[in-house]
Design a binder for this molecule. Structure first.
Ligand code: PMP
Length: 433
């Protein structure tokens, strides 16, 4: 029989043939997204999806936000010149705004092109500042794909090597409802984590440079410790001169609703020493960065530049994106619509035995299934229903919901209905489409 393959089907085979085997791809039949608008994207077959994952939280405001498109187009039409060797107005404007928003006093900003590179830079700063390559990270964490950042990634399914230029010590606290402290009350949980931290530090040989942590673990499945955990950690770190790096790659820009940054749920002992960001700020453009106290940022003595970090084009786009976010109070929208969506999902899943937990804050909601297979089946079924969600957690049993922050109540309802149908389909044992 003649097998005729569509151009799209051929694309999947070509992808497999030329890209690495370890490159993770969603869905049994991978999706080719051709365009987007608002909270929706379309695939090569013309199917429309409500986007509850926004390219792993890169679509911060909306797909094809006209303000961002206009800023990028205008800048690209003027000059494509880049490199930090020259002054660049959009980059400086953006740096000033981010420095002010960061909550870090006397803040300096350095732009990168990804979250990985931002964390890499943060580690370069912290290890140089402290004269040590020993760092603390959280179990189940994810911080990037470079040699240094896989070395602080506790989620072993994303950490392909145990070799590292860093000596990493892992501590508890990122997953409230699993592990040895899960049964404790919030204050007792924090005490137990602090005791674990002190214990690890007492046993560490030599100096420890920094603790790096996501306020809410992203790839780890949208899990976190109780509010105040890092404030309690900071008291211990401060006594020993250890820096606190907050990785806000997923939690920044108001996504968690209550706060502009995730660290602010842990602000009682003061701001972090270093903050890293990426993803959402560029609304899809490759931009990341590091904010640090001036004495920490300026501890490097050799010259450094970035050819593409803070390029005028990505900076102009990010500036337009950030302006839109602030002018439309999207943090408030994340709090309101996210709160409704969380309540709705908790109600939907109350009677479902395949669901272990629904948790989240703002528009960062995790639905944990009992098994990774169930999560995969729900992912397939939601796709069939016209909804994109993400996956995460150790082994991948958690559905990750993180729509663009302009999500409307009607769209939240629409997504919840598709998810409900998908969950019920998997609950009743029928496989995903
Ligand atoms: N930190 C966190 C918390 C992340 O979620 C990610 C990406 N998933 C990164 C760092 C790495 O960012 P990038 O993929 O842009 O290098």
């Amino acid at each position: 029989a003649t097998v005729s393959m569509s151009v799209h089907e051929q694309l999947a085979l070509r992808h497999r043939a030329v890209l690495p085997d370890w490159l993770a791809v969603y869905y049994r039949q991978p999706i080719e997204i051709t365009h987007g608008e608002g909270r929706y994207v379309w695939d090569a077959q013309g199917r429309r999806y409500l986007d509850f994952f926004g390219g792993i939280l890169t679509t911060m405001t909306a797909h094809a936000l006209p303000e961002v498109t206009a800023a990028v187009t205008e800048q690209a039409g003027r000059v494509l010149h880049t490199s930090t060797l020259y002054l660049n107005r959009p980059m400086i404007d953006l740096a000033e705004r981010i420095a002010r928003l960061s909550g870090i006093e006397d803040a300096r900003v350095f732009f990168t092109t990804s979250g990985t590179e931002a964390n890499d830079t943060a580690l370069l700063l912290a290890t140089t500042y402290r004269g040590s390559n020993q760092v603390l990270a959280m179990r189940n964490s994810y911080h990037g794909r470079s040699f240094t950042t896989v070395g602080i990634t506790g989620n072993t399914s994303w950490s392909p090597t145990s070799l590292s230029p860093l000596q990493t010590l892992y501590v508890h606290g990122g997953v409230r409802t699993r592990g040895p402290f899960a049964h404790l009350t919030d204050p007792a949980y924090i005490d137990a984590c602090v005791e674990d931290l002190e214990d690890v530090l007492d046993q560490a040989q030599g100096r420890v440079a920094a603790l790096i942590a996501e306020p809410v673990q992203g790839v780890g499945g949208f899990t976190s410790g109780p509010d105040g955990l890092f404030a309690a950690f900071k008291r211990v770190l401060d006594r020993r001169g250890i820096l606190w790096i907050t990785d806000e790659v997923q939690t920044g820009w108001g996504r968690t609703g209550e706060h502009f940054w995730g660290w602010q749920a842990h602000g009682a002992s003061g701001p972090p020493d270093i903050l890293t960001f990426a993803k959402g700020i560029g609304n899809g453009l490759s931009m990341g960065g590091v904010v640090a106290r001036a004495d920490v940022m300026n501890c490097l003595t050799a010259n450094s530049i970035s050819t593409f970090g803070g390029s005028p084009i990505t900076s102009a786009g990010a500036l337009a994106n950030l302006t839109y976010l602030l002018e439309h109070d999207l943090q408030g929208n994340a709090r309101r619509v996210g709160g409704l969506l969380l309540g709705r999902l908790q109600a939907i899943t109350a009677g479902l035995s395949c669901v272990r937990e629904v948790r989240g804050r703002g528009l960062m909601i995790g639905v944990e299934l009992n098994t990774p297979e169930q999560a995969t089946d729900v992912l397939e079924a939601t796709r069939g229903g016209g909804l994109l969600v993400g996956k995460g957690g150790h082994g991948g049993a958690v559905l990750r919901i993180a729509p663009p922050l302009t999500l409307t109540v009607a769209e939240a309802e629409e997504g919840a209905e598709i998810l409900e149908a998908a969950l019920k389909q998997v609950e009743s044992g029928r496989q995903g489409s």
